[in-house]
Design a protein around this ligand. Structure first.
Ligand code: PLP
Length: 361
């Protein structure tokens, strides 16, 4: 059976070669007679897989040597809470720039631990734009400044790394990591749930400047301590070996395809196709985000006649285009165009959009 084009926001489509390799290795990994998921995380086989995944991710993202790369069980929301516990003193202020749903979620996770200062908030404008940098009110003594690099639901993306002064910049890159070149050294910490661009759900990546790991933070258990995870090569838990292995295959695939420069090119092409179709539809389709900050990864859009939305979702699914229903927080439709979505998938969506408009416009 042919694979459909899957526009899900996450868990998201994985590269077909990755799934095929995993399938081929499922019963017998490298002649060992067992799958990698059945082997000890302390054994030579998995240690190799883990080290290779880290080396490949470092290469893919050009991670400087003075940054630790952690592979942690669980999701991005967990990291959002751990930021405060690890890097802010009790009662210290932390600055948050809110550009959508996930920025708000990040604040909720730290409210028990820090004084949250909202330095800028796109909420009053309906999260259709990023408040200009010169309007942000950053605190003089913030433990860190937090941004969401790409807002998966509202479809708003930072196109440049903002300058934030002395406090380290922390960024949620869950839905845009590895989508284009990024200067990691501009950030104190980058975190991402894997389930969009990096592989399967159930594992998160944290890239953190090592000197920050010396901060005392707040009273917390060892298992919530990034420095402990770093000291134990992310094996303080029995790590999610299956997810780590699949993440490694996905990162290797991205390197083989040409790395982040190549994905930046493809992602610009895909987003250009879909925004182009929306903007050329004479109002039949509409995206409300300011063009300068439109996300290349997640495109929320609406039909001028919203009674047609359910029909669009059903007909597109029947045409082999999956998961185009919008998030319930904003409604409408949403196309997620992560790295594993080929340009041909975006073209198939655009062809369907034209066809649908002709039939219902
Ligand atoms: N941050 C962003 C930008 C996301 O898109 C998501 C999930 O979609 C999250 C955080 C939450 O991630 P998790 O479900 O892994 O906790």
């Amino acid at each position: 059976m042919a694979r459909a084009y899957n526009f899900s926001a996450g868990p998201a489509t994985l590269p077909e070669p990755v799934l095929r390799q995993a399938q081929a290795e499922m019963l017998d990994w490298n002649g060992v007679g067992a799958s990698i998921v059945e082997l000890s995380h302390r054994g030579a086989e998995f240690m190799d897989v883990a080290a290779q995944a880290e080396a490949d991710l470092r290469r893919l993202l050009s991670v400087p040597d003075d940054y630790a790369v952690l592979f942690l069980a669980g999701g991005a929301t967990t990291q959002q809470a751990l930021l405060a516990l690890n890097f802010a003193a009790p009662g210290q202020v932390a600055d948050y720039v809110v550009t959508g749903h996930w920025g708000r979620t990040a604040i909720r996770q730290v409210e028990p631990y820090v004084r949250v200062h909202v330095a800028a908030d796109g909420g009053p404008g309906g999260f259709r734009d990023i408040p200009p940098r010169d309007t942000w009110s950053l605190s003089a003594d913030a433990a860190y400044v937090h941004i969401t690099a790409n807002e998966t639901i509202h479809g708003v993306e930072f196109r440049d790394t903002p300058e934030v002064g002395a406090a380290p910049l922390f960024a949620d890159f869950s839905s845009s990591i590895a989508s284009e070149p990024v200067d990691v050294s501009r950030y104190g910490l980058i975190y991402a749930g894997a389930q969009k661009n990096l592989g399967p759900v159930g594992i998160s990546v944290v890239i953190v400047r090592r000197e920050l790991l010396q901060r005392e933070g707040q009273p917390r258990a060892d298992i919530f301590t990034y420095a402990s995870h770093a000291a134990r090569d992310s094996m303080l838990n029995t790590p999610p070996t299956w997810n780590w292995y699949l993440l490694g295959l996905t990162v290797k695939w991205m390197l083989d395809e040409g790395g982040v420069e190549e994905f930046a090119r493809r992602n610009a092409a895909k987003a250009g196709l879909v925004y182009g179709a929306i903007d050329a539809s004479g109002g039949f389709y509409r995206n409300e985000v300011a063009p300068a900050v439109r996300s290349r990864m997640n495109i929320p859009f609406f039909l001028s006649d919203e009674t047609l939305t359910a029909r669009f979702v059903a007909e597109s699914k029947a045409a082999g285009l999956l998961a185009l229903k919008g998030h319930k927080a904003v409604g409408g439709l949403r196309a997620s165009l992560y790295n594993a979505m080929p340009v041909a998938g975006a073209q198939a969506l655009v062809d369907f959009m034209h066809d649908f408009q002709q039939r219902h416009g």
